[in-house]
Design a protein around this ligand. Structure first.
Ligand SMILES: Cc1cc2nc3c(=O)[nH]c(=O)nc-3n(C[C@H](O)[C@H](O)[C@H](O)COP(=O)(O)O)c2cc1C
Length: 197
C-alpha cells in the first residue's frame, strides 16, 4: 500500500479473559508471534485493574490504570481479543475500556487505531466482537472492520502449550495483523503519537 514496511509500530494487546489457560490470551500471543516484523505487540495484563469508580478516579488513577492509559497513549494501535460472555464482552474487559475511555484530555483511545479478534464457542465470539466494535467506536477509537479473526471451537486449534497450531487460523491471524499495520499507517496520521518515517 505504501512505504510503511520499514517503520516500527507499537501495539498494546489486551485479552479479555483472566483465565491462565485462556484461548483468547493464547490467540493474543499468536497475534504477537505472527505480526509483521515491524509490528511489536506488548501484552498488557488487565488483572490489576480495579473496578471503575468515579470517586477513586477523582482521587487519582490507581497505578494499574495510569499504566494502562500510558501504554495506550504511547502506542500506535490497540488490539483487543475477547471471549463471548452472554452474547457480549466480559465485564472485566468492559471495565478496562471504561477506564481507558476516561482519558479524554490526552485522548488515549480517541483517534487510536484499534482492532479486535476473538475465540470461543461455535461462532468464534462473533457477537462479542460486534459488541466490542460498538464499545470501541464509542470511545473514539478507529476500529478496523476487516478482515477479522473468529476462532471457533478453539480447543481444536491450540496445543497443550497454548500455541496456535491450526495452519489456516495462523494464516488468518497473519493476514489480519498485516492489514492492521496498513490501518495504523493510514489512520495513525491523526493519532496522539506522531508516526515518523
Ligand atoms: C459467563 C459466561 C458466559 C458465556 N457466554 C457465552 C456466549 O454467550 N456465547 C459463547 O459462544 N460462549 C459463551 N461462553 C463460553 C466462553 O466464550 C468460553 O468459555 C471461552 O472459551 C472463554 O474464553 P477463554 O478461553 O479466553 O477464557 C460463556 C462463558 C462464561 C463464563
Amino acid at each position: 500500500m505504501n512505504n510503511d514496511n520499514g517503520r516500527q509500530f507499537d501495539v498494546v494487546g489486551i485479552s479479555g479473559s483472566l483465565r491462565a489457560t485462556s484461548h483468547n490470551s493464547a490467540l493474543l500471543s499468536a497475534a504477537k508471534e505472527l505480526a509483521p516484523a515491524n509490528v511489536n505487540v506488548a501484552i498488557f495484563d488487565i488483572k490489576d485493574i480495579p473496578f471503575y469508580d468515579g470517586d477513586v478516579e477523582k482521587a487519582g488513577d490507581p497505578l494499574a490504570v495510569a499504566a494502562l492509559k500510558e501504554a495506550i497513549r504511547a502506542s500506535h494501535g490497540v488490539l483487543v481479543v475477547t471471549p463471548e460472555y452472554n452474547h457480549g464482552i466480559p465485564g472485566v474487559l468492559m471495565n478496562v475500556l471504561d477506564w481507558a475511555s476516561r482519558d479524554n484530555a490526552a485522548g488515549s483511545l480517541l483517534g487510536k487505531p484499534a482492532t479486535v479478534m476473538g475465540a470461543g464457542g461455535m461462532s468464534g465470539a462473533g457477537r462479542a466482537q460486534g459488541h466490542l466494535h460498538t464499545v470501541l467506536a464509542a470511545t473514539g477509537a478507529l476500529v478496523m472492520a476487516k478482515p477479522g479473526v473468529l476462532v471457533a471451537t478453539p480447543g481444536d486449534k491450540f496445543d497443550d502449550q497454548a500455541r496456535l497450531v491450526d495452519e489456516e487460523t495462523r494464516d488468518f491471524v497473519r493476514a489480519h495483523m498485516t492489514a492492521f499495520r496498513e490501518w495504523m499507517a493510514l489512520i495513525g496520521r491523526g493519532a496522539s503519537v506522531p508516526v515518523t518515517a
